[in-house]
Design a protein around this ligand. Sequence first.
Ligand code: PLP
Length: 404
Amino acid sequence: MERRENLLPYGRQWITDEDIQAVLEQLRGDWLTQGPTIAKFEAVLCELTGATYAVAVASGTAALHLAALAAGMGPGDVGLTSDNTFVASANGMRYAGARPVLVDVDPATGLMNLNALESRASELASQNTAPKLIVPVDFAGSIVDLARVRAIADRYGAKVVEDAAHSLGATYTVDGKRYLAASCAHTDMAILSFHPVKHLTTGEGGAITTNDRALYDRLCELRTHGITRDPNKLTANDGPWYYEQVELGYHYRITDLQCALGCSQARRFPGFLTRRRELAARYDHAFAATELRDKIRPLTVPTGVTSAYHLYVVTLIAREGESLIALAARRKALFLTLREYNIGPQVHYIPVHSQPDFQRNGLSEGSFEGSDHYYASCVSLPMFPRMTDDDVDYVVAVVREALA
Ligand SMILES: Cc1ncc(COP(=O)(O)O)c(C=O)c1O
């Protein structure tokens, strides 16, 4: 097979002249930051998620930090999140001074194993450290059973923050009714990321969504140094310029420049999402072929969920009696073959429990059979809206050759 000339990465942004024009107009206008385009972008995010409030911030990581603080996390508190995620999902709690406890995943979906969540939560409660926060992660654009997560959280009075960095536009079903990712129908807050490989980009950027006015107000304050102008909260009022810092917050603001790009991108979001789903369907169809289906398997999307396909992950099927080391070696060989053909695959994710900093700080305890197996077998193939059908066919042909 002939090697393609241009690199086909696992993900990338799609910037048009219209996007560039939107940023140029913003540059020529009055506001570079702290202006009205931020509120406009937040209104767009409310439309895309169905949530009542959105607070746009500097990154998805900043969103996770602020959500952890707004959930009341602090030193001595414990929260739960998935072992298969970007480290940021756990780091948000760490920045707040709290301890993240990692939960094993289902290797078929890459999502948090909710039986493991249940037993971790009850184990913690029996040690008098009941979880105060649960952060389920919508891995690859799919969604774990959020109604069940809510029920588990309610047993302990814990808050739930959906890490929806991968799932803008995804839907899930509860009792026959459809809900959008980050709608906060079953959670207290959700976070989004607008990094260039995500569903829409602002360069760097993120947001928290919520339906709770008190959380929204607190998040707005925390985003900008803990400062308020709310007359009901001020202890004095010297004049129209007056504000007070009511707690120690951060400078996690996003700019109007970034939000101008975000608003422009959002206009094409429905098309982006449709295209991701078309590409996934094309991959799914190819991997269902007889000669491949016993060797490689796309992630299972739970019943009732429509994935937003931030990633398209395949997992190698372990052979009878195959060790994890042997499986991981075959995965590496597949990864390297894809590279040889100028395809840029990725591995999502290295289990958080195996990160040296988590190990050094005693944050990697537990049993992670599911995530260790998943990690040894997974590869993320290219998935971004600008890909062509021919690109998908090329990737599948290389995979077929690698596994022959
Ligand atoms: C699942 C998940 N959560 C959080 C983040 C953090 O987002 P950001 O890079 O915008 O800080 C990412 C980023 O890749 C992510 O994949």
